[in-house]
Design a binder for this molecule. Structure first.
Ligand SMILES: O=c1ccn([C@H]2C[C@H](O)[C@@H](COP(=O)(O)OP(=O)(O)OP(=O)(O)O)O2)c(=O)[nH]1
Length: 187
């Protein structure tokens, strides 16, 4: 290798180190700015049982999406202010140390006022029943119709700590202390 090609190779290697590398679709390397540097995401195998084979599996629609869409197993009509417990046709086995969180979809919320009453609904690692979504129509006038197969919410799977509670007489001092509930003002 000549000195010129050697110095080019070194410069390229240094640039790659400085700029970091991400993987589009986890396969094609793409250079990005340092502020965007990240490593490939942790992969978590998740066993899913389809209780309704006519509905697709919940999957991340695009690389980088946090949630997997949950679909309605039944047609439902939500009158203004009405809520319903909607079956999704899937049961899952989340590994211990993780949990699923049923979150609203922002498009349904912004356009139609549709939210999840208990957002985020918590799906425990030990739960093997059908995942259900408690959807609420917050719109004061518009009825919202859900058809079987519609995407109604999204499931985000996250790590959770198994906490060991230790009772104490005093807690350590912090800058915030017991101030909360708007104590820092509005702006
Ligand atoms: O939006 C949700 C929330 C919960 N669940 C399922 C999974 C979860 O593991 C189980 C119990 O949920 P949670 O602990 O929130 O219910 P609870 O009202 O405290 O009932 P339980 O006494 O059964 O724990 O119900 C859903 O399918 N969707």
């Amino acid at each position: 290798m000549s000195w010129v090609s050697c110095s080019h190779a070194l410069a390229g290697a240094r640039r790659r180190l400085e700029w970091g590398t991400v993987f589009d679709d986890y396969q094609n390397p793409t250079e990005v700015a340092p502020s965007q540097t990240r490593t490939a995401p942790e992969r978590l195998p998740l066993k899913v049982r389809r209780l309704d084979p006519g509905l697709p599996l919940p999957v991340h629609a695009r690389p980088g999406d946090a949630g997997m869409d949950l679909r309605a197993r039944e047609d439902v009509v939500l009158e203004p202010g009405q809520r319903a417990l909607i079956p999704t046709g899937v049961a899952i086995a989340i590994p211990e140390g993780w949990a699923g969180f049923v979150n609203p979809r922002s498009g349904l919320a912004a356009k139609h006022g549709i939210t999840v009453v208990n957002a985020p609904g918590t799906v425990d690692a030990g739960y093997r029943g059908e995942i259900k979504v408690t959807l609420l129509n917050t719109d004061p006038t518009q009825t919202f119709e859900i058809a079987r197969g519609d995407r109604i919410a999204q499931l985000v799977v996250q790590r959770v700590a198994m906490v060991e509670v230790q009772e104490v007489e005093e807690l350590d001092q912090t800058e915030r202390g017991d101030r909360g509930f708007g104590s820092s003002g509005r702006d």
